[in-house]
Structure formats: structure tokens, C-alpha cells
Design a protein around this ligand. Structure first.
Ligand code: ATP
Ligand code: MG
Length: 254
């Protein structure tokens, strides 16, 4: 039996549950229970705040987890990243008041930067040899410059509209993130077999997402034209029909 840590509420919760559902794993939503056992796969979901997921997986309380790569990186958790999941896309960026002139990272020298991601920021500042002051705050980072807590921010950006609404402009993208499936290193053989099954299902789901399986019977004489018109992925399957001058064409299409 595998335990998988999932965000209990927030941006990744719904899509994490949808992913499991799409690969045939039904678990109850985190309404009343912290733990929910699936009836369709030997797995149970453990619902947590996303901040706690990397540590819970690294520590072995859960074998697997679904969390943003940004949280894995920030926590420096010793986990294996098994695959990217194609949702929760965002980036961690530096942003400054929009009226400022920006010519490069030296702008940040001696300035105060508010963030909930001090470790990723510290690494960036070290690599770029910039000496700045990190002001760690846990929420509402984007209002920090306006209220005088900091000169700039380092925060999650997806569309950029929050920055604009707060009179800021993005000047450096430091880290690209999306939701990932993570695992505790050193899974047992039984656990690994279940994880391989899961990964196979996720891979198949990724390949088939947004595609349709098309089946049509047609005269053999029209086959070349049909193949030419249809946006085939690879070579379609053609099967004979009882009536010799007809055939059946099957293929995967977008
Ligand atoms: P929790 O209560 O679980 O701690 P949270 O408030 O820390 O939740 P959310 O805002 O739900 O976190 O975001 C979870 C993750 O979703 C982020 O860590 C990030 O990987 C991803 N994400 C994608 N787009 C955005 C965005 N625009 N803002 C914030 N997070 C985003
Ligand atoms: Mg959080």
C-alpha cells in the first residue's frame, strides 16, 4: 500500500485529484478526513499543506507526494522527482517598482527583498554575487514595497497580473516550476512495483490527453485520401472487412 501526500486545499488540490481520477484512482476529497483510502488502487491520500509535503515524503511518512517543484527546491528535501505533471505552472521571479530603471541584478545590491522563498533567493544572490537583504515574510509579499517592508520582492508569478495590480514589474525569472510527483528514495520492491504502475498510467494519460480514437469503415479506394486528410499521429491501423472492397481505419487524432 502506498501513501501519497496531496495538498488539502489550494491551487494544486483539485488538479492533483483530477490526475488520480484520470488514471483510475478514486479517493475521497479532503472534506472530513486527513487520510482517504482508495477503493480502486492500493493507495491512500494524505491531505496536507503544500509546505509540509516535501518533508513528509523525505521523512518517509508518505512514499509519494504531489507538490510544486518550487516547494521541493525551497525545502531542499531529499526526494526523487519522478515526473512533471503538466499543471501548477508558475515561476519565481524578482520584481521591482515599475518606475525604477533596471539594468541588471546589481540593482539589488544593498536592497531589501521580501520573499517566502529565502533559500532559492539566497542561492540566486550567491550565484550572481549580489549582496542584498532578504526579508522573509509568509504571505502578501506583493504589497511589501508599497508598505515599506522592502524595496523589491521575490515571489511566484503566473500571469503577472498581481504584480501589475501592485505597481511592480518582473525583472528576473529565477526558477521555473510546475507540479511534480515526488518519491521517498529507497522504496521497497513492492512499493516500486506500484509506483511503476502509476507512472505507466500517468504516461499513458499524458499521451492520450486531448486526443480521440477514430474508427471508420470506408471503401479501400478512398483510403489514401482519408489518410492524407486526417491528422494522423503515426501510421494508422487499417483492417480488412468481410466485404473485400471495404476496410476499417483506426487512428488516434487530436
Ligand atoms: P497551503 O495552504 O497548502 O500552504 P499555499 O497558499 O502555500 O497553500 P497555493 O497558493 O495553493 O499555496 O499554491 C500551491 C502551489 O501552486 C505553489 O507552490 C506553486 O507551485 C503553484 N502555483 C501555480 N500558480 C501559482 C500562482 N499564481 N500563485 C501561487 N502558486 C501557484
Ligand atoms: Mg503553502
Amino acid at each position: 500500500m502506498l501513501r501519497i501526500a496531496i495538498q488539502s486545499k489550494g491551487r494544486l488540490n483539485e488538479e492533483s485529484l483530477t490526475l488520480l481520477q484520470d488514471i483510475g484512482i478514486e479517493v475521497d476529497a479532503p472534506k472530513r478526513k486527513l487520510l482517504s483510502r482508495s477503493q480502486t488502487f492500493p493507495i491512500e491520500a494524505l491531505y496536507l499543506r503544500d509546505d509540509d509535503i516535501p518533508g513528509v515524503v523525505a521523512g518517509g511518512t508518505a512514499a509519494l507526494g504531489i507538490v510544486g517543484l518550487n516547494e521541493v527546491e525551497e525545502k531542499g528535501a531529499q526526494v526523487d522527482v519522478l515526473c512533471r505533471l503538466g499543471f501548477g505552472g508558475c515561476r519565481l521571479s524578482l520584481a521591482i517598482p515599475k518606475g525604477e530603471t533596471y539594468e541588471g541584478p546589481e540593482w539589488f545590491s544593498g536592497r531589501r527583498i521580501a520573499t517566502s522563498y529565502p533559500n532559492i533567493l539566497r542561492k540566486f544572490l550567491k550565484n550572481t554575487k549580489i549582496d542584498a537583504i532578504i526579508e522573509e515574510i509568509t504571505g502578501s509579499v506583493e504589497i511589501a514595497p508599497a508598505v515599506g517592508i522592502a524595496d523589491a520582492i521575490f515571489d511566484i508569478v503566473s500571469s503577472g497580473s498581481t504584480l501589475i495590480a501592485n505597481g511592480l514589474k518582473e525583472v528576473e525569472t529565477v526558477f521555473e516550476s510546475e507540479a511534480v510527483l515526488i518519491a521517498r528514495p529507497g522504496l521497497s520492491e513492492d512499493e516500486q512495483a506500484l509506483v511503476d504502475d502509476l507512472l505507466f498510467r500517468i504516461e499513458s494519460e499524458n499521451v492520450s490527453r486531448g486526443k480521440k480514437y477514430l474508427l471508420m469503415n470506408l471503401p479501400k479506394a478512398s483510403l489514401d485520401e482519408a489518410i492524407r486528410i486526417l491528422p494522423a499521429m503515426r501510421s494508422p491501423t487499417v483492417m480488412p472487412l468481410a466485404s473485400g472492397d471495404w476496410c476499417s481505419l483506426h487512428h488516434l487524432t487530436r
